[in-house]
Design a protein around this ligand. Structure first.
Ligand SMILES: Cc1cc2nc3c(=O)[nH]c(=O)nc-3n(C[C@H](O)[C@H](O)[C@H](O)COP(=O)(O)OP(=O)(O)OC[C@H]3O[C@@H](n4cnc5c(N)ncnc54)[C@H](O)[C@@H]3O)c2cc1C
Length: 287
């Protein structure tokens, strides 16, 4: 199984797939100093809900007018009751960081949220990503940084692998007999996507500049339904100052250039087989 993205979602997916018996490869386009996505610079706290049924009510309230599909509501409500239990099962100490109410306490169902929970009962400091990435590293999981995924490979309507760029820029073809998980985060650092999907101009990037919507683009190009990509709109504006990304150029021009690199690289190399440092070209195969 191939996981694209080494942020919180990618780490969780890689750990779960590995522990379920899969052979797992994780790819991230960033270097060691910048991998970890928005997860690395986030507040790093989460909610456990006290009652999945009421949590489902809360999510429906939050998304009123633009309903989230019911199967997603159900899974979210069920699984967010188990976040801390899962973290503890990995040996990560967790505790209440901030005894805050739900972010929108006036909405129906908000009473099920019971404070912000964090690693060691603390916020920020990259603690969540540090803990999750360590759990990945402690397993037999192959993590390759500076290896951007650029295109899904499909056969008979199924995703069977992907094309990526190796750190030296050479094409890399990866077969995935158990699927590809796209955990590339959002698209806040892609001004064109923010304009087209959210109708906002001059967005401020609070998180990683790697959030250029690559996974969404790859999924849509492979035939995924894009019905929900226009639905994201907060009920209330957030507040606070942007958190600087280490060594980030943060200029729109550099973001556009990186998008351009990704989008112009969609032509499959011929032959689409890679090199990963060995003398003889070979393809990677992951189950
Ligand atoms: C300042 C800030 C504070 C926040 N605080 C909280 C909080 O306290 N609690 C909370 O629940 N949420 C918080 N959030 C939101 C939360 O951080 C994100 O929703 C979450 O981190 C997203 O995780 P992710 O794994 O989906 O994406 P990310 O963590 O962004 O990871 C995506 C990864 O994919 C990689 N990638 C992208 N494209 C490619 C490609 N083509 N090939 C290979 N790799 C690729 C990126 O380099 C990155 O490492 C906060 C966000 C910000 C910006």
């Amino acid at each position: 199984m191939v996981v694209v993205g080494f942020g919180g979602a990618g780490c969780a997916a890689a750990i779960a797939a590995h522990d379920a018996g899969a052979r797992v490869l994780v790819l991230d386009k960033e270097s060691a100093s910048r991998a970890g996505g928005s997860t690395r610079v986030s507040g790093a706290v989460w909610f456990d809900n006290r009652d999945p049924e009421r949590a489902a009510v809360y999510l429906r309230s939050l998304s009123a007018g633009r309903p989230v599909p019911e199967p997603v509501v159900e899974v979210w409500a069920r699984e967010t009751a188990r976040n801390s239990e899962w973290m503890e099962s990995l040996g990560i100490p967790v505790g209440l960081a901030v005894p805050a109410p739900a972010e929108f306490p006036d909405l129906e169902g908000s009473d099920v949220m019971c404070g912000w929970i964090g690693v060691e009962g603390r916020m920020g400091d990259g603690l969540l990503w540090a803990a999750l990435s360590q759990a990945v590293r402690a397993r037999d999981i192959d993590v390759r940084l500076e290896t951007p995924a650029r295109e899904l490979i499909t056969a008979d309507g199924k995703v069977v692998g992907l094309l990526a760029d190796a750190p030296d820029g050479s094409p890399l073809q990866v077969r995935a007999t158990r699927g590809v998980i796209l955990a590339t985060g959002g698209f806040e650092a892609n001004p064109e996507m923010v304009r087209d999907h959210l109708r906002l101009t001059d967005p401020v990037v609070w998180g990683t500049p790697a959030a250029t919507g690559d996974g969404l683009r790859m999924a849509v190009e492979a035939g995924a339904d894009r019905a929900r990509t226009t639905a994201s709109k907060s009920r209330r504006a957030g507040s606070g100052a942007p958190i600087p990304w280490p060594n980030s150029p943060r200029s729109c021009e550099s973001i556009r250039m990186s998008c351009g690199t990704v989008s112009t690289a969609t032509t499959p190399p011929a032959p689409p087989v890679l090199t990963t440092g060995s003398a003889a070209p070979h393809a990677l195969s992951h189950r």
